[in-house]
Design a binder for this molecule. Structure first.
Ligand code: AMP
Length: 216
């Protein structure tokens, strides 16, 4: 199955995508992760991307569509999870075309609904393991042993450069202006499913599983 996880920054898309990778052998395609990798490359493109991301703006459609296209040709036994892509109507159209070209289709779009106040709380306390990417939170999910990742034992914990109040405000504005129209777009195509992103992680996972298994 190929699915899109749709929702504002901090909705929990990455956390749920990682579970689906483990439980269903799916492949997570996170344009945010790809761009964070690009910004460490030391290239001119990396620098431009870094500035845009730190401001909380969207990177150009051309760049992200190119990144996704490169990944779609490989083997995807369990299907793809598009995490943080598409974020504009143009990206959504490009994804439809790219999937068609690769002989694939989109099976479901799962919108994770979360209110703004919760997003701010979630994002400002968020940190991740630098080795495996496991996501933690200052208040709600600390590692069992302080500074040591529960999953891989890594000891380098990172806060994202764009997880600060100014950048977050801009990222939310970009979401409402440019990404939220995708909710109507996929609803009209009959592909939209909505889950409560404020529920416990396990419950959100169960709601997503019900959509994927056709029991929702
Ligand atoms: P994320 O990790 O998905 O929250 O993305 C972090 C940042 O990367 C965003 O605030 C954007 O600057 C950029 N970004 C990620 N995905 C996209 C996309 N599909 N289109 C444009 N910019 C993106």
């Amino acid at each position: 199955m190929n699915i899109i996880l749709l929702g504002p920054p901090g909705a929990g898309k990455g956390t749920q995508a990682r579970r689906l990778v483990e439980e269903r052998n799916m492949i997570q395609l996170s344009t945010g992760d790809m761009l964070r990798e690009a910004r460490t490359s030391g290239t001119e493109m990396g620098q431009i991307v870094a500035d845009v991301m730190d401001r909380g703006d969207l990177v150009t459609d051309e760049i992200v569509i190119g990144l996704i296209d490169e990944k779609l040709s490989g083997d995807a036994a369990g299907g793809f999870i598009f995490d943080g892509f598409p974020r504009t109507l143009r990206q959504a159209d490009a994804l439809t075309r790219s999937l068609e070209k690769a002989g694939m289709s989109l099976d479901a779009v799962i919108e994770m609904q979360v209110d703004d106040e919760a997003l701010v709380r979630r994002i400002t306390g968020r940190f991740t393991c630098g080795s495996c990417g496991e996501v933690y939170h200052d208040e709600t999910k600390r590692p069992a042993v302080e500074g040591v990742c529960d999953v891989c034992g890594g000891t380098e914990m990172k806060h994202r450069a764009d997880d600060n109040a100014d950048s977050l405000k801009q990222r939310l504005m970009e979401y409402y202006k440019k990404t939220s129209p995708l909710i109507g777009y996929y609803y009209a195509k009959g592909q939209l499913h909505t889950v409560d992103g404020l529920a416990e992680i396990e419950d959100v996972a169960a709601s997503i599983a019900a959509v994927l298994d056709g029991t929702a």
